[in-house]
Design a protein around this ligand. Sequence first.
Ligand SMILES: *Cc1c(COP(=O)(O)O)cnc(C)c1O
Length: 433
Amino acid sequence: MENANITSLVAQYPLVEELIALKETTWFNPKATSLAEGLPWVGLTQADVDDAHARLARFAPWLAQAFPETAKNHGIIESALVALPTMHSRLEKESGITIPGTLLLKKDSHLPISGSIKARGGIYEVLAHAEKLALAAGLLSLEDDYSKLLEPQYREFFGRHSIAVGSTGNLGLSIGIASARVGFKVTVHMSADAREWKKAKLRSHGVTVVEYEQDYGVAVEQGRKAAESDPNCFFIDDENSHTLFLGYAVAGERLKAQFTEQGRVIDAEHPLFVYLPCGVGGGPGGVAFGLKLAFGDHVHCIFAEPTHSPCMLLGVYTGLHDQIAVQDLGIDNLTAADGLAVGRASGFVGRAMERLLDGFYTLSDQSMYDMLGWLAQEENIRLEPSALAGMAGPVRIAASGRYALENATHLVWATGGGMVPEDEMEKYLAKGQ
Ligand SMILES: *Cc1c(COP(=O)(O)O)cnc(C)c1O
């Protein structure tokens, strides 16, 4: 972007200057409104989420057999919800700010199959594609026991089809592992920041990994191009896919059931605040959509991004959405937070969800490392840096003084880390303060 254009953008949107200076920033969204008013802009409905629930239920017998670690939950991929009482005190002590309410952690970091939030959307989209192909070929009906898709003749059928995806790591891991298990030929286009162990794990599952020197945007573009030349290849489009989004949205009702089971009430007097790390936006956007459908105006969703990759804040704040990238402002998009190193936000998610999100904030990599260390010390829970992005949220919300928090539930969405090798985790822990 020309310097003159940056100057006029800053004049109109003063917060852009803080983003360029890589300052930790909190922005409350003036477009935020009620579910009733915001829902029509999403373009998707409760019926679409119900459809995703039903599809995952049909695949549950397949999942239970294909991935035995899902069998004890009957083939339903869902994560635990845990309280963080000592981390709560540690956050208060370190920040000097009292955080009224209860602090909880949603452990998508420990979801089966791929150890990140991508085990929701990524695997769902692969299964939706497999179902569509098998139904169209007359090989499957909705009433069948889908575990039959593990038989050789089906795997041979799926082997005539391929899947491609561009990823910073975790989406590739989910889509690669699930696709290979279905029987698809699968290629993952990995950006430069993707970890070696993720590439090695994929290759061990028979996935083709193509590596790029550039960031996520380039990996996605190259993946899209490679897929275009092959009519039997399905490209999973992280930036625009409604299917991925709906796979994430299922989390809303699942969480509601977990709260009910634990006797936790969410209503006007007992509001819920959910802090979601944001990369391109599909994961947090889809989860937030599901949460809004499940809890209505009693849930407040806040997105968290690295100071070096504040693409969603920038897009929503300026209204430019995917028409601007952080690199246009000279922001380098370099962060240790896997999955969050995205320079240009999904235009679909930003436009769909901007009326249903209370706020956005940025935090430094060092803040993530510090909280990673505190969480390990206080609660003995180990996450990857990106999964700590949401942990700063309760402090920001308490400091803002905008909400009555006495009876609040603060839910930090832990998005990854369950499969990080021990030696990598030691390196992360060493970086904490
Ligand atoms: C992908 C990812 C996110 C964010 O999801 P998006 O759909 O890219 O916004 C957050 N945390 C982790 C660990 C991820 O892998």
